[in-house]
Design a protein around this ligand. Structure first.
Ligand SMILES: Nc1ncnc2c1ncn2[C@@H]1O[C@H](COP(=O)(O)OP(=O)(O)OP(=O)(O)O)[C@@H](O)[C@H]1O
Ligand SMILES: [Mg+2]
Length: 407
């Protein structure tokens, strides 16, 4: 059964520290939502509240249309996989998988059937008699996933489940998890601080910083239309270049001055209504500032620059250049032959500029698509109106720690 998950005005305050602030987030039934953000931004706390291991200080959490604030973890029908997953070392794979179902009193015939199915799905069929100490890291990780999967929960919560694996295995397990989700379509919240993992796995991505949700959207939109400097800098590698600029409007036409050039805004970049002239931060992704010799015809602006650092990556090279007092990184083709201190021409596509208010860090460009910042903002406002009209947002009693963290 597929269930939608909703956080409505959820806060979590530990003593004087606000770990999660006014979280409003809906995860659609069957959706794979990735929660991403730097260390300490509140990701684990958010998952633990959904699992019932932590109680919100304010606000409401719903699974399906059921308010679960007061529902104990084992009655929420969620399964959680932690970064430091624990297997029972003295039990073999079969019994590790069967443990949860047996503890819930499931009939042994059903347990056997599910263990077999789950082991087949995860490629553990011929390892059922082994103990955890006789498995590789990736195999153990699969058993941990199997223990959650076997319960066929309504909601799957995963907190950095791949972070103990080496790079190769991570990539493999990432693909496996995506395949599993394709197959079972269980509503999933997946936590990571790795933005590549977020971009490759998420149907949508929720970006958090300092306890606050910054933006929720499909990967492409987050990348193309970040709502603020934080999201712009967090998503994408190498990072977006941030350059000092000034916005000027003459005869109703907006232009931005940066790196010694005045660039009229392209027809596809519209300013948010009441944007005043003044200091801005110009954002340029490294691939939108290309080597002139390799650039396509739509890159119409040329800057002359001096090469500072060349980092060959194999299939491409990151070239850091100095240009009109700014240091910017550009993506070059491999084997370009450019060297440190050499002069190169860079071509910039003005349609791909990002503009942010220098003071607030908020984007000053209109979002072209629905599901965007504006849509979210108005949804949030609508919710605040609705909630101030009579919902109970008072602090609740602190949560009683559960005996075991297994949910
Ligand atoms: N039980 C607790 N008591 C007090 N403070 C806590 C508690 N749990 C978390 N915090 C604080 O809340 C904030 C958010 O923590 P959380 O574990 O949710 O971060 P995170 O995003 O999961 O970080 P990481 O990527 O490092 O796992 C942190 O500042 C943390 O110190
Ligand atoms: Mg965490």
């Amino acid at each position: 059964m597929l269930a939608e998950v909703k956080f409505e005005g959820v806060h979590k305050i530990f003593g004087t520290e606000t770990a999660v602030e006014d979280l409003n987030l809906s995860v659609e039934a069957g959706e794979f939502m990735v929660l991403v953000g730097p260390s300490g931004c509140g990701k684990t706390t958010t998952l633990r509240m959904l699992a019932g291991l932590e109680r919100p200080s304010y606000g409401r959490i719903l699974i399906g249309d059921r308010l679960v604030n007061n529902v104990p973890p084992r009655f929420r029908d969620v399964a959680m996989v932690f970064q430091s997953y624990a297997l029972y070392p003295h039990m073999n794979v079969h019994d590790n998988l069967a443990f949860g179902m047996r503890a819930h009193g499931a009939a042994s015939l059903l347990v056997e059937q599910r263990v077999k199915e789950t082991a087949d799905v995860l490629g553990l069929g011929n390892l059922l008699k082994r103990r955890p100490s006789e498995l590789s890291g990736g195999q153990r990780q699969r058993v941990a996933l199997g223990r959650a999967l076997i319960r066929q929960p309504q909601v799957f919560l995963m907190d950095e489940p791949l972070s103990n694996l080496d790079a190769g295995l991570r990539v493999q397990m990432r693909a496996e998890l995506s395949r599993l989700h394709e197959r079972f379509r269980v509503t999933t919240m997946y936590v990571t601080h790795d933005q590549v993992e977020a971009m490759t796995m998420g149907d949508r991505i929720a970006v958090m910083n300092s306890g606050r949700l910054q933006q929720v959207d499909v990967p492409e939109t987050l990348y193309d239309n970040p709502v603020n400097l934080f999201v712009a800098g967090f998503i994408g590698s190498p990072r977006m270049n941030f350059i000092k600029g000034v916005l000027t409007t003459r005869d109703g036409k907006a232009a931005v001055r940066f790196m010694g050039a005045t660039v009229p805004l392209s027809s596809s970049s519209k300013l948010i209504g009441d944007t005043a002239d003044g200091d801005v931060t110009v954002g340029v992704r490294p691939e939108d500032m290309m080597w002139r010799k390799a650039a396509g015809p739509d890159s119409s602006l040329t800057f002359s620059a001096e090469v500072d650092v060349v980092e060959p990556m194999g299939h491409e090279a990151y070239v850091t250049v100095l240009c009109a007092g700014e240091t910017v990184t550009s993506r070059f083709p491999p084997r370009s032959g450019v060297r440190t201190r050499e002069r190169v021409d860079l071509a910039l596509n003005p349609a791909r500029l990002h503009l942010f208010d220098a003071r607030t860090g908020e984007s000053i460009l209109q979002r072209p698509v629905a599901g965007s910042a504006e849509a979210l903002k108005s949804a949030r406002e609508a919710w605040i109106e609705e909630s101030s009209a009579g919902r109970d947002l008072r602090p609740q009693a602190p949560v009683v720690p559960t005996q075991s963290e297994e949910v």
